[in-house]
Design a protein around this ligand. Structure first.
Ligand SMILES: N[C@@H](CCC(=O)N[C@@H](CS)C(=O)NCC(=O)O)C(=O)O
Length: 215
């Protein structure tokens, strides 16, 4: 099925103020796709209510409900699957389409952010949920920060994480940078600082953060 942005009624985005959800709201903003936030209170357990389990049996967010004008409905979870769906709705906006080398580079940097930076940080979060004082969590956070700061080399070469254009890779790297920013030695990372400041001032990012009340 080929959907265009104009074929869509506003996408419902079920989520909360978390990195996985903010990546989606920022991508929707950047792609110019209309959406309605359905705020879930994760502490209260909204994600485990039957109506949400019907959307996502994992009992997690983000989840989107996307309806085209012909009445076909897509209910989709997994933040990164949602990001690629957004890329498919707006070809070339967040991920190069025809430039095979440029696309490969953006995907390299996107998966760098997901697996080398966000991965260990999410594991640290999970360890802390089991045992707040777990010292392994701190080591995992340090591992994330150490990986993230390697992005200084990417940003020395180009304006954005994956090249001269803003892409999916910037969204992934930015949301985890916000989460880890107090652990980063900013004075030693002038290119990252320049990138972070530029992204913070970007309207799509500001709106995407605001969508879930992030400050
Ligand atoms: N792999 C999933 C992870 C989703 C996930 O863990 N979401 C968290 C918020 S970021 C959640 O729903 N937590 C509530 C819970 O586990 O009860 C994705 O990328 O969307």
């Amino acid at each position: 099925m080929n959907l265009k942005r104009s074929d869509l009624t506003p996408i419902e985005l079920y989520g909360a103020n978390t990195g996985n959800c903010l990546r989606v709201s920022i991508a929707l903003e950047e792609a110019g796709i209309p959406y309605i936030v359905k705020l879930m209170d994760l502490r209260r357990g909204d994600q485990h209510r039957p109506e949400h389990l019907a959307r996502n049996p994992m009992g997690r967010v983000p989840t989107i409900v996307s309806q085209d004008r012909d009445g076909q409905t897509l209910v989709l979870s997994q933040s990164n699957a949602i990001l690629f769906y957004i890329c498919d709705l707006t070809p070339g906006v967040l991920l190069p389409v025809d430039d095979i080398i440029g696309r490969a580079r953006v995907l390299e940097r996107f998966f760098f952010a997901l697996t080398d930076v966000i991965g260990p940080s999410h594991s640290a979060f999970a360890l802390r949920q089991i045992n707040a004082g777990d010292s392994s969590a701190e080591r995992l956070d340090r591992r994330s920060v150490e990986a993230l700061t390697r992005a200084e080399a990417f940003l020395k070469e180009a304006r954005f994480i994956g090249g001269e254009d803003f892409t999916l890779a910037d969204i992934a790297a930015f949301t985890i940078t916000i989460a880890l920013r107090r652990l980063i030695d900013w004075p030693s990372l002038p290119h990252m600082q320049r990138w972070f400041d530029e992204l913070h001032a970007r309207p799509s990012i500001a709106n995407g953060l605001r969508a879930f009340g992030h400050r």
